[in-house]
Design a protein around this ligand. Sequence first.
Ligand SMILES: NC(=O)c1ccc[n+]([C@@H]2O[C@H](COP(=O)([O-])OP(=O)(O)OC[C@H]3O[C@@H](n4cnc5c(N)ncnc54)[C@H](OP(=O)(O)O)[C@@H]3O)[C@@H](O)[C@H]2O)c1
Length: 319
Amino acid sequence: MRAIVVSTPGDSSVLEYVERPDPAPGPGEVLVQVAASGVNFIDVYHRQGRYPLPLPFVPGSEGAGTVIATGEGVTDLVVGDAVGWANALGGYATRAVIPADLAVPLPRGLSPELAAAVLLQGLTAHYLTHSVYAVRPGDDVLVHAAAGGVGLLLTQMAKLLGARVIGTVSSEAKEKLAREAGADEVLRYENFSEAVREITGAGVHVVYDGVGASTFDGSLASLRPRGMMALYGAASGPVPPFDPQRLDVGGSLFLTRPTLGHYVATREELLGRAGELLGWVASGALKVHITGRYPLAEARRAHDDLEARRTTGKLLLIP
Ligand SMILES: NC(=O)c1ccc[n+]([C@@H]2O[C@H](COP(=O)([O-])OP(=O)(O)OC[C@H]3O[C@@H](n4cnc5c(N)ncnc54)[C@H](OP(=O)(O)O)[C@@H]3O)[C@@H](O)[C@H]2O)c1
């Protein structure tokens, strides 16, 4: 098999395309012939060593394909099944070993490419809008990087739930995409909290902030009393240490730093969220924007484009 391997943390040049022996599934695992791997910002953090992993490793947390072998004790998946996953390492490869309890059986008719494009970012948007802060009709919601992978899905889900969505983006082309996804107002980052106050008066009910360092202060300043700051990522860098007293001054605010794994903590929860998500994709209620398909061998270029803010929507690696 072929795979991208990281042997030392660093910039995109550490992503090496190599030949490896075929892996065998252990107990409770399945071997998948990968049809497509999703590219996510977390892959950049893993590569940089910001979230350290034992070395060497095959990056990639998301993918989809066909089961070609099953390990001991796997009873609910068989060879030939189409599956996707959103929280298992090793997707940047032609073949991947995945724990069977993290594999989501794909509904008939859903292409593996689409599954690889929507599972991680879609499950993230699902738990953020349904569980971290359950969006209600009439809520004001601020979504940063609204034309990004998670951003476009968050925007659409918050609209499906009846919110008014304010998005931030860095360019006119991204603004157009965010508006097409349903954003009611689209802002640039400069002084965004003042613009949010002008639009909403009291401030927003929730901020979904995956940008981190450069937006954090403005996000807090955009919240209404008792509003929720959902800091779910750090595309611009990590947020420095924080004095909880700021939550009091801001109006008894809530701050959470959630991560997907804790919101798909059981198989039941994973399949429940995935079923709803893939149902919306199948019905057309949720649009998935695949904007870049890179050959697996060109993973470096995909990372460079993502880090340089040149991308919108979803990037895939095709083995
Ligand atoms: N906690 C979780 O469960 C979870 C799960 C999935 C993803 N995430 C996080 O969600 C965030 C978005 O992930 P994604 O994969 O969908 O990526 P993405 O949003 O498609 O790409 C990142 C976007 O962030 C914006 N950005 C602002 N400042 C930036 C900077 N200094 N450098 C790079 N980008 C910057 C850019 O949009 P503009 O040019 O419009 O600003 C860029 O396109 C990431 O922080 C990721 O770690 C968290």
